[in-house]
Design a protein around this ligand. Structure first.
Ligand SMILES: [Zn+2]
Ligand SMILES: [Zn+2]
Length: 171
């Protein structure tokens, strides 16, 4: 887990003061089952603003992603972008919540915030395209490349009873 340490010494404890933070660096370990953030640098254009409670970090984070289509399993790449606005708490009476971000001395570590924000922004069900035809459930052929020849004639069991009833009524 690589830190992304930014000094806030100049603005800490001076509500109203702020600084810009522009980052371009890889963020490791951001992945879900079908998606991950690529090793290429993540771009972050942020502001750190001194507030009474600590440091408020806000702005835009963008990165390249590597995805696997949830229907046809093909690998493809895309981009992810997310707006962040997070408080890094400072001073006594520190957050009881261990997951909250905090000022450490005169620095903040942006890595956990970047990782959390990007992970939440990854698609849960990536699709190579909206109309992806997926794979045949019987033979596994990629139906984007054409029909496979399997005969799809499974009747939904929930309708089986109905059609039996209909047959009866018609006789
Ligand atoms: Zn697909
Ligand atoms: Zn098939």
């Amino acid at each position: 887990m690589q830190d992304v340490i930014v000094s806030v010494a100049q603005i800490l404890g001076r509500p109203g003061a702020g600084r810009t933070i522009n980052l371009s660096r890889p963020v490791e370990g951001v992945e879900t089952v079908l998606a991950s953030v690529a090793e290429t640098p993540v771009e972050a254009r942020l502001r750190a603003d001194s507030v009474v409670e600590g440091i408020l970090v806000s702005g835009a984070v963008e990165g390249a992603t590597r995805l696997q289509c949830a229907r046809c399993l093909r690998a493809f790449s895309s981009e992810v972008g997310v707006e962040v606005c997070e408080l890094f708490a400072d001073g006594p009476g520190q957050p009881a919540d261990e997951d909250a971000y905090a000022v450490e001395g005169e620095v903040i570590d942006l890595a956990p915030m970047l990782r959390d924000a990007l992970t939440l922004a990854l698609p849960l069900r990536p699709l190579c395209r909206e109309a992806c035809a997926g794979l045949c459930g019987s033979c596994g052929q990629d139906l984007n490349e054409g029909p496979c020849g399997c005969v799809q004639e499974e009747l939904d069991p929930r309708w089986a009873g109905l059609s039996a009833l209909r047959d009866k009524l018609n006789h």
